[in-house]
Design a protein around this ligand. Structure first.
Ligand code: AMP
Length: 538
């Protein structure tokens, strides 16, 4: 029997019209070297229409890819709205990719136009002669360098157009945005989000069971707009009426603390390494003031327990952990303790990767693909499916990443009866010692709780007897000292004896991936090249 409900496509243009209709005077704030630039949702909608008209004038047609090589800022928001709504595809380019990877993703995506922030021109200029599909480059801000050859000026283009571009009717399953995985192994792979998937994801982000973004929020968007669409927040902002603060390149602890104090966000989203910086910077900043924040969101990597405790105990601030991937749009799980959890036990849930959000399904499977019990004990690989989960990669076959209609996440861990996921490792990062798994994530989290430690990453190193053993790479805080023995003894009462790393090395910094996570592939390579001075405890 057919339902009697109306039907209609779930499109980004619906998000724009809702945002500008209900929340016309809400603002997007962009932090610039000369102060804060403000624009209302109404102004941004009109400018998005002018941008679409300008792109159409440059020959951008339905399905064409328009790259953005930009910080988080107002113009990037305009591209987020305009490009998909005109029927083209926004390809968000990661500004931290190595030149050859950047050229690879632009060529693979066959971008026809790129919008670039003027401060990023030198990075794009390195590969300008290797990206033949790119017909036009539009520069946001004055181009005084000429390094990219002939370019078009963003404001001049918009100024030459009138608002009122008619958004076409589209199929909700058409491509809206594409984003490549950060590709720490092999070439990055493209994930293509549809209007429908982004629309549904946005609704999910507003749910109080997930991040719960709402009209009274002002979000400080630290996670880059090239990292899984800034976790979907630009669209959720327009859809919910939440204002946005765009930090551009001011992403260090000090400037973030200043932004929080002066622009008073109610929520903020970023990877744990950023929050670690903020936490440490706050120690020497008597004016740090987090009172405007309802909570902060951290995802993209495991959040150490001590970080959650430090924000809670020192600043009265809740840190909400989420789990997701480029392939999952990214919202998969959010670590909100179940109703009725006694306050002192909340932390035990908050340290987990998250509780599966409504709209997606998650399961754990063993090596043979057999589904394992949801008992919080059986360890295997997470698989996920749902309407905002990738079912394929763009233009490459990767059958090993899919299983009976589920995406294989490559994350290893457990799922419990209440739907909480615990990630013990990426499959490529697991440490297999004597046939048993040691969780590098758990070891890192605990070592980082030591007062002398700024960062710690644990990798597997070959071992004749046990196959692999953990090597703990430690960055000490400035002016702090701690020996390998001391850290080992600190860890000893906290983890099984056979987990305890006997190998330790002290580094100036942990290498980071292009989206700010610990880059263990680089650490493993540096170790293999003999670049570390390793202390081995007996
Ligand atoms: P990306 O596609 O760059 O966002 O990376 C996705 C990967 O980040 C996931 O597959 C996980 O390995 C990792 N990740 C994301 N969130 C968490 C979390 N809360 N805890 C542990 N790992 C996480």
């Amino acid at each position: 029997m057919k339902s009697t409900m109306q039907d209609g496509p779930l499109l980004i243009k619906g998000i724009i019209s809702h945002g500008e209709w209900l929340y016309a005077n809400k603002k997007v704030f962009t932090v610039t070297p000369d102060g804060v630039q403000e624009a209302t949702f109404y102004e941004i909608s009109r400018r998005a229409e002018r941008l679409a008209a300008a792109l159409a004038g440059l020959g951008v047609k339905s399905g064409d890819r328009v790259g953005s090589f930009m910080w988080n800022n107002q113009a990037h928001m305009e591209a987020y709205l305009a490009v998909p709504s005109m029927g083209a595809v926004l390809h968000t380019l990661n500004i931290r990719l190595f030149p050859e990877q950047l050229a690879y993703v632009i060529n693979h995506g066959e971008d026809s136009v790129i919008i670039v922030d003027n401060t990023l021109i030198p990075l794009l200029a390195k590969i300008r002669d290797q990206i033949p599909t790119v017909r036009h480059i539009i520069v946001n801000g004055p181009d005084t360098t000429g390094a990219l050859g002939e370019t078009l000026d963003y404001e001049t283009l918009l100024g030459a157009e009138r608002p009122g571009f008619e958004w076409p009717e589209l199929d909700e399953r058409e491509a809206a945005i594409m984003c490549y995985t950060s590709g720490t192994t092999g070439n990055p792979k493209g994930v293509v989000y549809s209007h429908r998937s982004l629309w549904l994801h946005s609704i999910a982000q507003m749910s109080a069971n997930s991040i719960g973004i709402c009209e009274s929020d002002r979000g400080l968007l630290i996670v880059p707009m090239f990292h899984v669409n800034a976790w979907g927040t630009p669209y959720t902002s327009f859809f919910s009426g939440a204002e946005l603060i765009m930090p551009q390149m001011f992403l260090q602890g000090g400037p973030i603390i200043k932004m929080i104090r002066e622009l008073r966000p109610t929520i903020s989203l970023g990877v744990p390494t950023i929050w670690n910086d903020v936490l440490h910077a706050a120690e020497s900043d008597p004016e740090a003031d987090f009172s405007s924040l309802r909570y902060i969101v951290a995802g993209g990597a495991a959040v150490p327990r001590h970080m959650i405790e430090a924000f809670r105990d020192r600043h009265g601030l809740r840190l909400v952990q989420g789990w997701g991937m480029t392939e999952t749009s990214p919202l998969g799980a959010v670590a909100i303790p179940p109703a009725g959890t006694p306050r002192e036990q909340e932390i035990d849930y908050e340290v987990k990767a998250g509780r599966v959000v409504a709209g997606v399904e998650v399961r754990v499977v063993d090596d043979t693909g057999e589904v394992m019990p949801r008992d919080g004990k059986a360890i295997g690989e997470f698989e996920i499916r749902g309407p905002w989960i990738a079912g394929a990669y763009y233009g490459v076959d990767a059958p090993e990443r899919f299983h009976d209609g589920w995406l294989k996440t490559g994350d290893i861990g457990t799922l419990d009866a209440e739907g909480f996921m615990v990630i013990s490792d990426r499959s490529k990062d697991v440490i297999k010692s004597g046939g048993e798994w040691i969780s590098s994530v758990e070891l890192e989290s605990r070592v980082m709780a030591h007062p002398a430690v700024f960062e710690a990453a644990v990798i597997a190193v070959p071992d004749e007897r046990w196959d692999e053993r953990p090597l703990c790479c430690v960055v000490l805080r400035p002016d702090a000292t701690a020996s390998a023995e001391e850290l080992h003894d600190f860890l000893a009462p906290q983890v099984p004896k056979w987990w305890l790393p006997e190998h330790w090395t002290f580094l100036e910094s942990i290498p980071k991936t292009s989206v700010g996570k610990f880059d263990k592939k680089v650490l493993r390579a540096q170790f293999a090249l003999g670049e570390f001075s390793v202390t081995t405890l007996s």
